[in-house]
Design a protein around this ligand. Structure first.
Ligand code: NAP
Length: 249
């Protein structure tokens, strides 16, 4: 049975917002983390409540250790017990070659995409693992097909950050396998969300159909369905999986 709260980082828009609704339909209560867009987070929470589940919104920059700890402490006090975590918050940056990038860009990218995932996972493990007195649960990390393709002349730094997520997923899955916590990753292909504006081309999904065997970009809901399944009781024997949701890409 699917019960308890799933925290979704970056749940205010895009794939995270779609995951919040998918998880609510599966019976979970939802905590929606956001960084800036409080209005969108509140709108997602309203949609979750309309589905009959509890919803909490919580602001935090996942790259900031103190803010992550405060976010989990607030959920301890305000939400039904934690059942899982979706490490979804992530950024890209302007399309560029490596020799055009600066260190500040790399640090921010790795702080959010990698350190943010580690910080939130650490806090979740302390609440979920039976080793810490928890009841078990599941974690889903958002990787990318870029982890495999490398994103040359686009954003190799982003691809490298998602490669780190793949390794982390495999390692943490094995570390926690006997402690009641499953850890998996979803690797989306080109999905139609706001994230592409940050790479300098908001219309990238529509322009990229030739790169995609299915010849269309994915929808956030199609990624959310994979996230929801991996968190659900139906995936009870699945851990350490890296699930491609890329239309064949
Ligand atoms: P998106 O539409 O740009 O939404 C990003 C979300 O992350 C927003 O809710 C944003 O919050 C939040 N966020 C960003 N930085 C944050 C921070 N420091 N702390 C907390 N929240 C933060 O992105 P998306 O396309 O849905 O992508 C979601 C995940 O899927 C990312 O990890 C991305 O790398 C991965 N992915 C996406 C695609 C794709 O084609 N879309 C492909 C492969 C992988 P605010 O609204 O408050 O700013």
């Amino acid at each position: 049975m699917n019960t308890g709260t799933i925290l979704i980082t970056g749940g205010s828009r895009g794939i995270g917002a779609a995951a919040a609704l998918d998880l609510a339909r599966r019976g979970f209560d939802v905590a929606i983390n956001y960084q800036r867009d409080e209005t969108s987070a509140a709108a997602v929470a309203g949609q979750v409540r309309a589905l009959g589940r509890q919803a909490t919104t919580v602001q935090a920059d996942v790259a900031d250790e103190a803010q992550v700890e405060a976010m989990f402490a607030r959920l301890d006090a305000d939400a039904p017990p934690l059942a899982g975590l979706v490490n979804n918050a992530g950024i890209v940056a302007m399309k560029a070659r490596l020799d055009q990038m600066d260190v500040a860009r790399w640090r921010r990218m790795f702080d959010i995409n990698v350190i943010g995932t580690l910080l939130c996972s650490r806090a979740a493990v302390k609440r979920l693992s039976i080793r810490h007195g928890g009841r078990g649960g599941a974690i889903v990390n958002l990787s990318s097909v870029a982890a495999v393709l490398g994103a040359p002349a686009m954003y190799v730094d982003y691809a490298a950050s998602k490669g780190a997520i793949d390794s982390f997923t495999i390692g943490l899955a094995r570390e926690l396998a006997a402690e009641g916590v499953r850890v998996n990753a979803v690797r989306p292909g080109i999905i139609d969300t706001d994230i592409h504006a940050a790479s300098g081309d908001r219309a990238r999904p529509q322009k990229s159909t030739d790169l995609i065997p299915m010849q269309r970009p994915g929808r956030a809901e199609e990624v959310a369905a994979a996230i929801g399944w991996l968190l659900s009781a139906e995936a009870s024997y699945t851990t350490g999986a890296l699930l491609d949701v890329g239309g064949g890409r």
